[in-house]
Design a protein around this ligand. Structure first.
Ligand code: GTQ
Ligand code: FE2
Length: 374
């Protein structure tokens, strides 16, 4: 068989470029009988030139979701649902229930007096509080009160339950978990607490009260766990830190004024597999585009603006959620001329870094800005 000339990027030495014929087909059929295959039939697909994410960039609008999430209150009880959550579904990742990449995300709602039982799992979790008063979470016996824009972690393997005080308000928060990643690695376990709920003698808010002081380490708080002893990062000091940092930095050309939530004892990410950031875009700031490995799910904490992700523009405002899939160019813009806007985000960067997969690239063309598809 004479090879006809093809002008694909793969038609070079070092790429699989075997032309099909009847003899080869018969050979492939025989290989299949023995649960085998010829590598060159799949090589170019399984060894792409660069990451080819299946996830699409998606914007989930709070104005669409809030009402739908509230509807679930009258439809299911947390006792029956386990967790009353509306999850975010990326169109081509429905098979793994991923919001983006190997990350899961959902919006959980609870009304005053409700409590969801304790369980634990191998997947790590985090929450970003959207609205309500009196919500709490208990993580391995550490009970923490939760307020708007607080960020709280549930490291892998820790017992956790949530609820809202009788005299509180209906509360809503975004959950982020690496459930799809843990399942992809076939490492997930799930266990229900033997007593349904945790009993604890640990003082209320002991984690933030011990470790929430900026630059101060509590001498008697011995902590040898592989995750942050500070489990709740309150919004007020976070926003204050951002504002202070903004006074002395130009910020990143790609991310504006950006700060990473860290374990105050080690300086590492708060949990082993997922990281989180808070970033501020100054009035009218428009960042340049870059891309990197790792997936990011953003939550608009303050203000309004838009992001261009993979050449598509997404306009967002407070409590909207959007995602940036791996290796997809993205840039952000604060539409407001007088106010700053703040984006909370969580990611799988710690996993990427530990596995040696971190890569990043700035957009070179067009002065670092993408061309927006109409
Ligand atoms: O709150 O424990 O959105 O285990 C998904 C799985 C929340 C939780 C979710 C969970 C939880
Ligand atoms: Fe959970």
């Amino acid at each position: 068989m004479v090879q006809t000339e093809i002008k694909s990027k793969d038609d070079i030495l070092g790429r699989a470029r075997v032309r099909d014929n009847a003899e080869l087909q018969a050979y492939y059929d025989d290989l299949a009988k023995f649960e085998t295959g010829a590598l060159w039939t799949v090589a170019n697909a399984i060894e792409p030139w660069e990451p080819t994410p299946k996830s699409a960039p998606v914007l989930w609008r709070h104005s669409d979701l809030r009402e739908q999430v509230l509807r679930s209150i009258d439809l299911v009880r947390p006792e029956d649902a386990g967790r009353r959550v509306v999850y975010l579904r990326n169109p081509k990742r429905q098979d793994v229930s991923a919001a983006c990449g190997w990350l899961f995300s959902g919006i959980q709602v609870m009304k005053p007096g409700e409590k969801a039982g304790a369980h634990r799992h191998a997947a790590s979790a985090l929450r970003f509080i959207m609205e309500g008063k009196g919500a709490y979470t208990i993580v391995d016996g550490h009970k923490m009160e939760l307020g708007g824009n607080d960020f709280v972690i549930t490291p892998n393997g820790t017992w956790h339950e949530h609820g809202v005080a009788e005299d509180g308000e209906t509360s809503m928060w975004q959950d982020g978990l690496d459930i799809p990643l843990t399942n992809c690695l076939e490492a997930n376990f799930y266990e229900v607490h033997p007593n349904d709920y945790q009993t604890t003698n640990i003082p209320l808010n002991d984690r933030p009260l011990s470790w929430g002081g900026a630059g101060l380490r509590p001498e008697m708080d011995k902590w040898d766990k592989p995750y942050s002893p500070l489990m709740r990062f309150a919004w007020e000091p976070t926003y204050e830190a951002l504002q202070n940092y903004a006074k002395v930095t130009d910020g990143s050309p790609y991310d504006g004024v950006m700060m990473r939530y860290v374990n105050p004892q080690s300086g590492d990410n708060p949990m082993l597999t997922m990281g989180a950031h808070i970033q501020m875009l100054r009035p009218s700031e428009h960042t340049k585009a870059h891309r990197h490995t790792g997936n990011v799910i953003y939550h608009v904490a303050k203000g309004e603006g838009y992001s261009i992700i993979g050449g598509k523009r997404f306009d967002w405002k407070k409590n909207d959620i959007f995602c940036v899939p791996a290796w997809t160019f993205h840039e952000h813009c604060n539409k407001q001329e007088r106010e700053d806007t703040c984006l909370f985000s969580f990611n799988d960067f710690p996993t990427m870094e530990k596995l040696g997969f971190w890569a990043e690239q700035a957009l070179k063309d067009n002065n670092g800005h993408q061309i927006v598809a109409e």
